[in-house]
Design a protein around this ligand. Structure first.
Ligand code: PLP
Length: 432
């Protein structure tokens, strides 16, 4: 399968090139040339299939032409070493829990898939010494570092802003060792991202090193996120709740929701989608006005959604042929202030016993505000509340249980390299 750039200024390329390149040279995002509809027989029988079986069918539609069946199956099964259960919260609202992976956030699915796919391509080409650069404000670094841990031929450099990620998040990428190096930058997240971008544009670096990026615009991170929408539908069907399904996605860069829109194009029976945002309401505003006005992000307690210019907006425009009317009819938008998020988190916990994280709280509330009685709402619970323990404990006024997996990270010893935000320092470090 070929992949085209949403900016359409460069020629289509194959999967391997798209995975290695990440962003197209015309600055567009890659999209698959064809989104195949899965046969009706698949949906008729989906409730009898395992998560891995469902995911393999979906993966085959995208990657089957480029990777032999056994290898693709291994990659899919190995990626999905954990479940994504649908859990009833109250009334007709369900939580799709995406936090049962190694770093307790949905990004584990895409990061693990990409690591295995890139590992496979590198081996096939007998390449060694590929350097993956990733800038993080928290969750991406942990998912990418853990996804690539121990993958042969690849070394990962995680750049993060000193003192600006939570202690739990920091532990998840600074204690791993092996092929993971954490670099603590004396600066902001934007400085980290600027260093990574400069590295990709630097001729000398690219002449001497094999550099690649693992951010969420990569097709190998974004497409596998469609797997769990199908699996959620299968679980609802087992309970006879598959009519008029509404998916509500807490969104930042809009990669997760775009994977859901693609699942629908493949035939998944979804009535509609909701994008739930925090105070960074750029998409909500677009739905109201038809104007897209990116602006600097503001800090909120749902910080993984603090995005002022969602990168996957380009893919949404592309999917709907740049029609505002069509986008509005397929996706609705809601946004919540920090106070509203606190109120939902506390109220839901007291009323139902279900503990949301600040991102999932936006998703839950948007369903509570908009579902009709004949709809079944599923919000994506994108991270475990313990990843935001301090915030959540303050809101509910109680200590919460920290999962063993998270505690294990916190026992490790922090290893990181201190660096200024000066590109010359970063460059000479990479060349060492
Ligand atoms: C990354 C992230 C999001 C936003 O996902 P996008 O694909 O960027 O829209 C939401 N919640 C959590 C917990 C995240 O880590």
């Amino acid at each position: 399968m070929k992949y085209y750039s949403t900016n359409k200024q460069v020629a289509g390329i194959n999967l391997q090139e798209a995975v290695v390149k990440g962003l197209a040279s015309d600055r567009g995002l890659y999209m698959p040339d064809e989104i195949k509809r899965l046969p009706q027989s698949f949906f008729d029988n989906i409730e009898n299939l395992s998560f891995q079986e469902i995911a393999y069918t979906v993966a085959d539609a995208f990657f089957g032409e480029d990777i032999e069946a056994d290898t693709l199956k291994d990659i899919v099964y190995d990626t999905l070493s954990f479940d994504t259960p649908v859990v009833h919260v109250n009334d007709n609202i369900y939580s799709l829990e995406l936090f049962h992976g190694p770093t307790l956030a949905f990004k584990d699915v895409g990061a693990r898939f990409m690591a295995r796919l890139l590992g496979y391509f590198i081996k096939k080409q007998e390449q060694k010494d590929v350097k993956v650069l990733v800038a993080t404000s928290g969750d991406t670094g942990s998912a990418v570092a853990n996804g690539f841990l121990g993958v042969e031929g690849i070394h990962v450099y995680v750049l993060y802003p000193k003192g600006k990620v939570s202690q739990i998040q920091e532990c998840q990428f600074t204690t791993l060792g092996q092929n993971i190096t954490a670099i603590e930058i004396d600066g902001t997240f934007d400085d980290c991202q600027a260093l990574v971008k400069k590295a990709f544009l630097d001729e000398e670096l690219n002449g001497k090193l094999n550099l690649t990026s693992a951010n969420s615009i990569n097709v190998a991170r974004f497409l596998p996120q469609s797997f769990y929408y199908f699996h959620a539908y299968a679980q609802l069907k087992r309970q006879g709740k598959e009519k008029n399904v509404v998916f509500c996605v807490p969104s930042g860069n809009f990669g997760n929701i775009t994977a859901g829109l693609i699942a629908k194009r493949m035939g998944l029976p979804v009535k509609r989608f909701i994008a739930a945002n925090n105070s960074n309401d750029i998409f909500y505003e677009y739905l109201q006005t038809g104007k897209y006005n990116p602006r600097p992000s503001v800090h909120t307690i749902a910080n993984a959604m603090d995005v002022g210019d969602p990168s996957n907006f380009a893919r949404i425009l592309d999917l709907y042929g740049h029609s505002w009317e069509k986008i509005k009819s397929g996706i609705s938008g809601y946004w919540y202030s920090d106070d509203a998020i606190r109120k939902t988190l506390k109220g839901t916990f007291e009323k139902t016993g279900y503990l949301l994280d600040p991102h999932g709280a936006c998703g839950y509330q948007a369903l509570a505000d908009s579902l009709t009685v004949d709809e079944t709402g599923v919000f994506l619970e994108t991270a475990h509340p313990a990843k935001f323990a301090e915030t959540v404990e303050t809101i509910i006024g109680k200590d919460i249980d920290i999962p063993e997996k998270l505690k294990a990270f916190m026992k490790g010893e922090k290893q990181s390299v201190n660096m200024t935000k000066d590109f010359a320092d970063f460059k000479s470090f990479l060349l060492q």
